[in-house]
Design a protein around this ligand. Sequence first.
Ligand code: BES
Ligand code: MN
Ligand code: MN
Length: 462
Amino acid sequence: MTDSLNTYLQDAQPRQLAELQEWLRIPSISTLAEHRPDVKQAATWLMAQMRQAGLDNVELIETATQPMVYADWLHAGPDKPTVLIYGHFDVQPVDPLPLWTTPPFEPTVRGENLYARGASDDKGQTFLHVKAVEALLQTRGALPVNVKFLVEGEEESGSRAIRQYVPAHAAKLAAAVALISDSHILAPGQPAILYGLRGMWTAEVTVTTADHDLHSGSYGGAIHNANQALAELLAQLHDAQGRITVPGFYDEVRVLSAEERSNLARLPYGEAEILAESGAPTAYGEPEYSVVERTGARPTLEINGMWGGFIGEGFKTVIPCQAHAKISCRLVPYQDPARIADLVTRHLEQLAPPTVKVEVLSTRGGGYAFLTPYDAPAIQAAARAYGRVFAKEPVYTLEGGGIPVVNVLQETLHVPVVLMGFGLPDDNLHAPNEKFYLPNFYRGIRTSIAFLDEMAGTDTQG
Ligand code: BES
Ligand code: MN
Ligand code: MN
């Protein structure tokens, strides 16, 4: 890295942090209607930053749901590749609020961490790329490659608009590679590139056992209780070892090769880490798979919420006639979300006894899992970039979470997707006290710069 860039990056840190804090103060929760104006404000705040960084064609893309922001810098010339950088500026809800040490939208530095909703997921990790571009334009006056940004405000609520937008604007978004920082590495000094993400299907299950709620004295023992019926049905979806019992559920699941399993087994991450992060006393699930395999390469069926009957203060002797659950499946290659919807729906219908009517309403489909070969040249360029800044080669791993747009980018733009994260496993994503480890924010800026240089085939950092 040249002296002037190095000095610039050193000096800029307090300002870069203050700016990120400003963005984090905007409560851009995409799933809550009352925060719609905040999502929009997070978009316009980003646009101002992009203009200040020296990006061109900064554009607010309004959609039927949440806005997106586009910007580019295309002056490296046609013989240089184009890097498309994706991120999201919407965040998850903050409940339970009392468990936050400092308020979620009052970003606070404690020790080496910045605490706020969105600090890691994904404002901090998106912003570092804007700061990388700014640093290069300020010091060198140019970028080594062409750069396009597409940043959305709807990732945490399903990425509906962007999944339509990308295929419809494939020429505008044309690139040699898509770069995404919306994940975590294994430890502060151990970078990690993801080569797979899980997909998703979600549904609401409603169980009905009578046409109105009933007195439990007059009817108890003679009419099936809907809460009990729902619990009985859902309890049958897993066996005692955590295997999903839905017939055909595993039919299409990608089988791991012995080589891949031994690579995953060598990762410096496993049961001890997952227990320490979660506070759980012991792990759960398919005994023949490691926890890395269970979360990265095996599908799940989760009960995210259940409700029904009387939960207010005091006491009510009632037989509820209806009970509900929200369920979701994390899917792996090569499971088809539509087929999984059919299989789970049919199985629940078949399990239902004559006392029970069960309805399954799919609420989100189409979430295929993602998988990419990591010997792709762009991914190897990312590996070298990490190596330069972290002085450590990345490991290649699978992640259980999902980023809905990745498949669309891969399939409609025909680009390799580089999942280069800067978060940490204990960042408390979606939970109270979300944080971003600040040394990795600054290293992330340098790694982004190194990646752009690597993509250009230049070695100006050395
Ligand atoms: N950044 C996460 C996905 C993620 C989490 C990647 C951990 C790597 C490590 C993303 O913002 C997210 O939360 N995705 C949702 C998608 C859903 C709301 C459609 C998820 O996985 O639940
Ligand atoms: Mn995210
Ligand atoms: Mn998220």
